[in-house]
Ligand binder design. Structure first.
Ligand code: DX5
Ligand code: ZN
Length: 218
């Protein structure tokens, strides 16, 4: 089971002046997916980048582009992210009055669809959309910044979501404060994909860091 746990480095903590090379480096270091944090300075108190930057880094890897949209609204821009090279588009339940429609739009664009929950958001919001999902993202920090500490209540939420998911083919992703010290507890709780930003990019040796995270739960 743990052999299938995916590592998705978040390029939020990468060197933005060399983003393409950074994406290639984590690809070669063993990343399963590339996690791309899009922030709008409105839904979250930080700004990052949008579709043109994603389009520029697309040629640097063939790994899945996992696009985490921390933007409100997301729905008007879903097609732009799909065209820029996203393989999977994750929207926040809190930023969407019409979550079911957004999921349908993402699927209609031929992309995988995910829903993300802030630390305070109960998993019950997933109840009527869960059958359409490819991924559920459990935020284990308040979104907006890399390098924050893991919020322990996320563990209980992961366990509850694992029960909700049952035998459905849905990834349970955890994002925020994941490193070699917290990885085992999130995998034990039921996570199948770990996002790691600062833990990977703030180290000098991406191979060693990714391996250390994998070793922590294997
Ligand atoms: C936070 C982002 C995360 C962030 C995680 O809003 O969604 O993906 O990059 O960073 P770390 O791993 O440093 O907590
Ligand atoms: Zn993220």
């Amino acid at each position: 089971m743990t052999a299938n746990v995916k590592i998705a480095p978040s390029i939020l903590s990468a060197d933005f002046s060399r983003l393409g090379e950074e994406v290639k480096a984590v690809d070669e270091a063993g990343a399963d997916w590339i996690h791309i944090d899009v922030m709008d300075g409105h839904f979250v108190p930080n700004l990052t980048f949008g579709p043109p930057v994603i389009k520029c880094i697309r040629p640097w890897t063939e790994k899945l582009f996992d696009v985490h949209l921390m933007i409100d609204p997301a729905q008007p821009y879903l097609e732009d992210y799909a065209k820029a090279g996203a393989d999977q588009i994750v929207v926040h339940a809190e930023a969407d009055k019409h979550l079911d429609r957004s999921i349908q739009v993402i699927k209609g664009l031929g992309k995988k669809a995910g829903v993300s929950l802030n630390p305070h958001t109960p998993e019950s919001v997933l109840e009527y959309v869960i059958d359409q999902l490819d991924l559920i993202l459990v935020m284990s920090v308040n979104p907006g910044f890399g390098g924050q500490s893991f919020i322990p209540s996320a563990l209980d939420k992961i366990k509850r979501i694992k029960d909700m998911v049952g035998d459905r083919d849905i990834e349970i992703q955890v994002d925020g404060g994941v490193n070699k010290d917290t990885a085992k507890s999130v995998v034990d709780a039921g996570a199948t994909c770990l996002v790691a930003g600062s833990a990977v990019f703030k180290g000098d040796d991406y191979v060693a860091t990714i391996n250390a995270i994998k070793d922590a739960y294997s």
